[in-house]
Design a protein. Structure first.
Length: 252
């Protein structure tokens, strides 16, 4: 049985499913989750640190993990508990994870670290709660393409954005071994849509949102039709990627 459409309100930053105009961002995030779910073995204890609407935590749970969804926002955690009963929900601060030392096999942190003031402290907390050999899965917008030529993020919800080299350095400094560092790119279908919308499907969406205009029918239909499979994930041209996807391990 499919869950009913999300009733969690948009904040301007949080991505939720089932909204046609939001579908590009939802599928972009989903593409990273789908790349990472195979790393969650059956029976693994998984913490999603910053679970948001909960769709990603539910996807991880569907692959056999015991998933704890952690978020600070009370409305969000109440929503996740109702909509995704397969997820165990906790409310807490990412700066001090409410779990015991060496208690989880996987920490997932997707599109969250760029919101944190103390990224170094958060990664040390991830290291603490992971068992030896446990995995940390991180995705974040690539600073080089998301806020080009700037140290201060364009997105007002972000505190500090990272390049691939900066993310890898943070992970290593926290004690992790970086197993994989990938970039998310538009695949052929999305590159065709870029061309059809003046060179950038993203810019076309942002322009409508900033102007407060009604969505053109063509743009809405094209955005609603985007699928996770339309994005490519690979380790080439990392600085040109849209998002960064890191898999790091706490050494045994």
């Amino acid at each position: 049985m499919q869950p009913e459409a999300s009733t969690l309100p948009l904040t301007g930053e949080r991505t939720v499913p089932d909204i046609p105009e939001e579908n590009y961002w939802f599928r972009r995030h989903e593409a990273a989750y789908l790349r990472l779910v195979d790393l969650v073995r059956p029976g693994a204890v998984v913490l999603e640190a910053g679970c948001g609407e909960g769709y990603g935590a539910a996807l991880l749970a569907s692959h056999g993990g015991f998933v704890v969804g952690l978020d600070y926002d009370e409305v969000t955690t109440a929503h996740v508990a109702v909509r995704y009963p397969s997820v165990r929900v906790l409310r807490g601060n990412l700066a001090s994870l409410p779990l015991a030392d060496a208690s989880v096999d996987v920490v997932a942190n997707l599109q969250v670290i760029e919101h944190l003031w103390d990224q170094e402290g958060f990664l040390l907390e991830c290291y603490r709660v992971l068992r030896p050999g446990g995995l940390l899965l991180v995705t974040t917008p690539n600073r080089i393409t998301f806020s080009p030529g700037r140290d201060t993020p364009l997105n007002p919800f972000h505190t500090r954005e990272l390049s691939g080299a900066e993310l890898a350095s943070l992970l290593v400094d926290a004690g992790f071994a970086v197993r994989e560092l990938l970039g998310l790119h538009h695949g052929p279908a999305l590159r065709a849509l870029d061309a059809a919308h003046g060179g950038s499907l993203i810019d076309a969406q942002v322009a409508v949102a900033v102007a407060g205009d009604d969505w053109p029918d063509r743009l809405r239909a094209d955005v609603a039709g985007v699928a996770a499979a339309d994005f490519d994930l690979h380790g080439e041209r990392l600085d040109d990627s849209l998002d960064l996807v890191a898999v790091a391990e706490r050494p045994s």
